[in-house]
Design a protein around this ligand. Structure first.
Ligand SMILES: [Zn+2]
Length: 79
């Protein structure tokens, strides 16, 4: 009987340790819409979970404006 109780405690502890971790932040290449020249350009974006945003230190290769306010259109997530 005591053995069974111990096994249950171990099982519970294992379950607690397997709680999902917060999603890691990853960088990926993506297609970004530049609102200044209204073209889509390739850029690097940061992604964590479902959130995706343009890495703020990048400039549009067409008009040299900051891509920070650009919209991420499609994410080419690297494997
Ligand atoms: Zn631009």
């Amino acid at each position: 009987m005591e053995r069974r109780a111990n096994a249950n405690m171990v099982h519970e502890r294992t379950f607690i340790n397997q709680q999902p971790k917060p999603a890691p932040m990853i960088s990926a290449s993506a297609t970004v819409y530049c609102p200044i020249c209204t073209h889509t350009v390739p850029a690097e974006v940061l992604s964590r979970g479902r959130q995706v945003w343009v890495r703020p230190d990048q400039k549009c290769p067409r008009c040299s404006a900051s891509l920070a306010p650009g919209k991420v259109l499609s994410l080419n997530r690297a494997a």
